[in-house]
Design a protein around this ligand. Structure first.
Ligand SMILES: Cc1cc2nc3c(=O)[nH]c(=O)nc-3n(C[C@H](O)[C@H](O)[C@H](O)COP(=O)(O)O)c2cc1C
Length: 196
């Protein structure tokens, strides 16, 4: 039975999460990272296939990844240039060049299978990704989920040495937050339809 206090804390945790794009360089302890990954693997999954596969990149390998992050920027900068105001565009470009100094990157992959629809397998991995987002928040860490690496999937597979048939779905960069960005307001209009 969950107490009112616990319930309030739960919703506060969800509502206080926001994407972090500037980090302190300190590395979170390994047991913290293991708890976060374990939270990811507590997510539900289609046919309980637990088809998520995580690749955790730190240290020199993380530094080597920056050139790939910069390359992925080329694929999306055009769209963002028209959508973002100049200061935000510059901040985002810098984020892609430095990953905001995030010391850890978790690449989230799906092992798809003929036993299950690809969309269901993919959805299961994004559920795990959201658990990871919330676990970061609970640990006093910040993170940003990134779809941009999908622009250069094949190169990233090679970089990570992936030989199995896996599908890259997102990267989650994480570390201790070094800014407090405002949370983009949520729109509720037209998002929910109630039927009786
Ligand atoms: C699947 C997915 C892909 C995303 N890709 C990127 C990305 O490539 N770069 C980035 O800066 N943010 C990325 N984001 C973060 C979103 O921009 C962010 O969640 C959104 O603006 C809402 O802000 P909030 O997370 O602070 O609530 C992504 C989020 C999701 C869920």
């Amino acid at each position: 039975m969950i107490s009112i206090d616990e319930r309030e804390k739960f919703y506060k945790l969800i509502e206080s999460r926001t994407s972090i794009r500037k980090f302190k360089p300190e590395m979170p302890p390994k047991d913290t990272l293991q708890r976060i990954l374990s939270a990811g693997m507590h997510a539900p999954s289609g046919k309980n296939r637990q088809n998520w596969r995580f690749f955790v990149v730190t240290g020199k390998k993380r530094d080597e990844y920056l050139k790939y992050s910069q390359k992925s920027w080329l694929g999306i900068k055009g769209v963002l240039q028209t959508r973002l105001k100049p200061s935000l565009y510059q901040f985002t470009e810098r984020f892609f060049f430095t990953l905001g100094d995030a010391p850890v990157i978790i690449f989230c992959y799906s092992e798809n299978s003929p036993e299950e629809k690809d969309l269901t397998s993919i959805g299961s991995v994004y559920m795990a990704a959201q658990n990871i987002n919330l676990a970061c928040q609970a640990e006093g860490l910040g993170c940003c989920t990134m779809g941009a690496p999908l622009e250069i999937k094949d190169e990233i597979n090679e970089f990570l040495g992936i030989t199995q048939k896996l599908e890259l779905l997102c990267a989650i960069v994480l570390g201790y937050p070094d800014h407090e960005p405002p949370k983009p307001p949520r729109q509720t209009e037209g998002r929910v339809t109630w039927l009786e």
